[in-house]
Every structure is written in C-alpha cells, then in structure tokens.
Design a protein around this ligand. Structure first.
Ligand code: PMP
Length: 398
C-alpha cells in the first residue's frame, strides 16, 4: 500500500513543484498537529483565513447546526436563506456607507471577477486598472489584473487574457493621473499582501479616491487578505480612512469555509439586474453553511473585541524579532507581517529550519526574501513569545 504522501503526489493535482508535504492530523487554536502529534505554530493562518483560530467552538457549532438544518437548496439569489440574510445585514452594518449590498460568491478570485463585471456594467466603460505587484486571484479575470514584478511570466502561457487592462505603480502619486474618463475601475489592495506586505504611503489611497471621484472611475478595494480584523481594524479601509465604491472580501470572511463577496451600494449592485438580467450568477455562492460559519466567526471577532489587540500583538512580534541581526526590515500592518531577510537563500534556509522546529510560515508570491507572520488573531502573548523564541533560534543559526 502506498503511503498517503505518495498517493497525494500521484492523485491530488499539483502546481507546486515542491509542496511542503506536512500531513495534518488536527488543528486547534494557533496550532496544527501531524498525525504523529508534532505541533506547529500556524503563522500563516491558511493565508489569512483562520482569524478566529482553528476549531473555534462557535464556528463548529454554527456549521453543525446549519448542516443539519439545510445545505444547498437552489441557485443563488432565488430563496430567502437566513444565514445569508443575517450575514449580509451584519456586514452592511459594519462597513461604512454606502457599502450595503452584498453579493456572495465562493472565493477571492470570484469576488474580484464579480467586482470587475459590476464596475463595467455600472459605468458602461471598458478600461480597467490595477497595480504592479498585486495579486487578485488565478482565474482569467483576476489573473488579468495581476502584474508581477517578473514581467509576464505568470501570464504569458495563458494569453489572451482580458484586454484594456493597465497597471499603475502602487504608491506612485504621478501615475494616478493616468486614471481617466474611460476608466471603469481601479482595483487595489489597501495593503499589498503577496507583494510582501507593502503599506500605502500617507495620502495615497485618498489621492486614488479623489482621482476616481473626478473621473467617475470606480474604486475597488481588494480586502480579501486585509479584511476581518487582520490589519487592526475590522477592514483596512477603516484604518486608512478611505471608502471604496466596491469591496472584495474572502479568506477569513468565511470563518474557515469557502466564501467570498463583493459589496457595493444598492444602486450600483442593482445594475446587474438588467441588460442583461442575471448579470452575475452562481450555484453555490453564499452557501448557507459557509455563511453560518462566516457570521459566527465575525460575531466571535466583535464579541471578544479581537480587533482591539491586533496592533499590540503585531508590535510584540516586531519588537522582539527586529533584534536579530539577520532581520533587515519588518513591514507590518496589524498582524500581517513580512520579516525581510534580504536574500532568498536565507529565506529558504530558514523555511527548512521552521519546518523542523514547529513553525509554519511561508514567503509571498512576489517576494521570496521575506517570511510571513499572520497568525490567528486569537494568539496569546505567551504564544507570541514562545513562537518568537523558536524563530529567533532559527535566525541565529542562519
Ligand atoms: N486577492 C488577494 C489580495 C489575495 O491574497 C488572494 C489569495 N491569496 C486572492 C485575491 C485570491 O483569493 P482565492 O485564492 O480565494 O481565489
């Protein structure tokens, strides 16, 4: 009989040439465990998904209850399903006006896809803009919006992708002038995640907002990685005090289940109802079990005031790790952090040490010289200190 690992490599479709190959037995809080019981600090959170910790009892209860009540009934938007309605209403309450109408989908890529279509439909324009070093997903629509620093290597084999897409340099104020009256939308992550945690310069997001207002272009925030408390506010738009026309949510939005959404004003969203009717459709988007999980995770975040301690926890990591001479820079927004080592050789070496010593980290799609720290927001000070101790030991060996 082949091992599970061999079967994984043979039968589970692979795009990673070197998968981590750690077998998961179970996960709880900030840890996951191999079947043999080896413990790992999960400092990735499934890429900013598990904000309320693994096996959160509230989320488990909500999932079990909803699975027993009903799962899929009918394609999206035809039936009144309580978990969807309650979650949409709560999100609308917590987002700044006029973001009040929530269209549920299954993933981040789909949220971006829907937002782009909505912007085109509402403005009647075709030109779309996004940022260099941005990652928005892997389907044809969201891939078209990606402009990696390595040029076209990510996209070339999949051409033709969407036409009429132009790229701005994030934080370049001059580039903003390229947004014009033909622009349907400007898509931006308020903090660039896969670019290696790049923070917006003072006034940059405001300047984007102003230019979009002047030209009638829609400003779309991709808060797929920054949302649900990750940056120290429930949404990064609240931290940086700029409200977009459309926001994309996913990852932690589903509380560990696959769920995404694009959110806009009701007037904007309703444009997908005509010319054509059913301007966006999905079978599983807003699955009741996923919505129940997402809502319970959101309630857990707000009822336990998790967001209030995110900045302090991030700072605790930063202040400890910056003492290592091997750390060149730490870029951070709340508990989304890139620890810069300067070379990919050092990075790959530390990844091997982490794997050996019980730390789950990762690098970034467009930055392979820094490692990621984005633990569940529930992490305690003791767990921060203990994980820092292991990280510092590894940094010392480098
Ligand atoms: N946008 C951002 C900012 C992301 O980080 C990601 C995933 N890393 C996506 C979109 C795509 O989300 P998904 O993988 O759920 O399609």
């Amino acid at each position: 009989m082949k091992t599970l690992r061999q079967q994984f490599l043979e039968h589970v479709g692979q795009t990673s040439p070197e998968p981590l190959l750690l077998e998961v037995g179970r996960a709880e809080g900030v840890y996951f465990f191999t079947p043999e019981g080896k413990r790992y600090y999960d400092l990735v959170s499934g890429v900013s998904v598990n904000n309320v910790g693994h096996a959160n009892p509230e989320v488990i209860k909500a999932v079990q209850q909803q699975a027993a009540d009903y799962m899929h009934i009918m394609v999206y938007g035809e039936m009144v399903e309580k978990p969807q309605v309650q979650y949409a209403r709560r999100i609308a309450e917590l987002l700044p006006a006029p973001l009040e109408s929530v269209y549920f989908v299954n993933s981040g890529s789909e949220a971006v896809e829907g937002a782009l279509k909505l912007a085109k439909r509402y403005t009647g324009r075709h030109k779309m803009m996004s940022m260099h070093c941005a990652y928005h997903g892997s389907n044809h629509g969201s891939l078209s919006m990606m402009a990696s620093p390595e040029g076209d290597t990510w996209k070339a084999p999949f051409q033709p992708l969407l036409p009429n897409v132009e790229y701005l340099w994030f934080n370049n104020f001059e580039d903003i002038g390229r947004i014009d009256e033909e622009t349907a939308c400007v898509l931006v992550e308020p903090v660039q995640g896969e670019g290696g945690v790049r923070l917006p310069a003072d006034g940059y997001l405001q300047a984007l907002r102003k230019r979009c207002d002047e030209t009638g272009a829609m400003l779309i925030f991709d808060e797929i990685q920054t949302g649900m408390g990750r940056t120290g506010k429930l949404f990064a738009m609240q931290k940086y005090e700029v409200t977009p026309d459309i926001v994309c949510l996913a990852k932690a939005f589903g509380g560990g289940m696959p769920l995404g959404a694009f959110v806009a004003s009701k007037t904007v969203m309703d444009s997908l109802q005509s010319n054509p009717a059913l301007g966006h459709i999905t079978t599983f988007g807003g699955h009741p079990v996923c919505c129940a999980a997402g809502l319970s995770a959101l309630n857990y975040i707000t009822e336990n005031h998790l967001v209030d301690s995110v900045e302090k926890k991030g700072k605790r990591y930063e202040e400890t790790l910056r003492n290592s001479p091997n750390v060149i820079e730490i870029r951070r927004s709340g508990l989304l952090m890139a620890v810069e080592l300067g070379t990919s050789e050092k990075l790959f070496k530390i990844m091997a040490l982490f794997k050996e010593r019980g730390i789950m980290s990762d690098w970034f799609l467009f930055c392979d010289t820094a490692f990621r720290i984005s633990p569940p927001l529930t992490i305690s000070n003791d767990e921060i200190d203990d994980s820092c101790r292991i990280i510092l030991e590894c940094l010392e060996i480098l």
